[in-house]
Ligand binder design. Structure first.
Ligand code: NAD
Length: 252
């Protein structure tokens, strides 16, 4: 049994984690942290200023964080001080914030992923062979998320661009406007925000007479929650260091 704390427990992902954890026998949510302490939840919810107290009183093995980057940085330091492993799903970090996660990982295991769905992990592994097989094809990336998403392009889209970079050199073009013909070595990065769409990513490779698309669509936030809970169970037994969701998947 792995004991959990959830940072951002009152949010979309926080609540989904609580629901999905209740269906499992390998995890228990002991407490939550959120600026919204009035949230109607089945566990105690602490204000961020009380994070050290929450960790001390409930002694979780792992804290799962789905918040905003500033909050992640603060809670990461508290986890290092308390010896609590960290799973980070939050996206939109600046380099200096990522450096804090790196430094925290000297004290506790830190598993961070921009996407906790197994389908996206499979897409990441499939894109390399596709790019290698179609070296001259144009590549474009489209992502679509709900209208409350803060960061753009999505963390997943940035991860996919970084994966593509290991196979091709390119410049990223954020949308197109006016007279802007496509250059050979560019990838158009297109972003849509609408409704409550959980998350869609489409990688398009086009030659002159054919088109290949690799598309992933998350149909329920439960898919991210399930992956984050799997990651928490795995990371609870690891040494301090930085890990990705792929490490947890490979181990299982
Ligand atoms: P949300 O806005 O619904 O929830 C965020 C929660 O964090 C809110 O309840 C908010 O009150 C809380 N919060 C804000 N500041 C805080 C602080 N200082 N301390 C503690 N809690 C604080 O957002 P969401 O849809 O749940 O997404 C959260 C993050 O997770 C975003 O960055 C999103 O991009 C990311 N996300 C990642 C994945 C993945 O698979 N990695 C999946 C979905 C969402």
């Amino acid at each position: 049994m792995v004991d959990l704390a959830i940072n951002g427990i009152a949010g979309r992902m926080g609540r989904t984690l609580v629901d999905r954890a209740a269906e499992r026998e390998d995890v228990t949510v002991r407490c939550g942290i959120d600026v919204d302490t009035d949230a109607d939840l089945s566990v105690a919810v602490y204000d961020p200023a009380e994070t050290a107290q929450a960790l001390s009183e409930h002694d979780p093995d792992v804290l799962i964080d789905f918040t905003v980057p500033d909050a992640t940085v603060d809670v990461a330091q508290a986890c290092a001080d308390a010896g609590v492993a960290l799973v980070v799903g939050t996206t939109g970090f600046e380099d200096d914030q990522l450096a804090v996660l790196d430094s925290v990982s000297a004290a506790v295991p830190v598993l961070k992923a921009t996407n906790f769905s197994r389908g996206i992990q499979a897409l990441r592994r499939a894109l390399g062979p596709a790019l290698e097989a179609l070296p001259d094809y144009d590549v474009e990336l489209l992502e679509t998320h709900h209208n409350a998403k803060r960061d753009a392009p999505s963390g997943t889209a940035k991860t996919l661009l970084s994966d593509i970079e290991t196979h091709r050199e390119f410049d990223t073009v954020a949308g197109r406007e006016g007279i802007q013909p496509r250059e050979d070595d560019e990838i158009g990065m297109l972003v849509r925000r609408a409704g409550d769409i959980r998350g869609e990513h489409e990688l398009l490779l086009a030659g002159n007479d054919e088109v290949l698309t690799l598309t992933h669509r998350a149909e329920d936030r439960g898919v991210f929650a399930a992956g984050a809970l799997d990651a928490a169970v795995w990371v609870a037994g690891q040494d301090p260091g930085r890990y990705d969701f792929g490490d947890a998947i490979d181990a299982s």
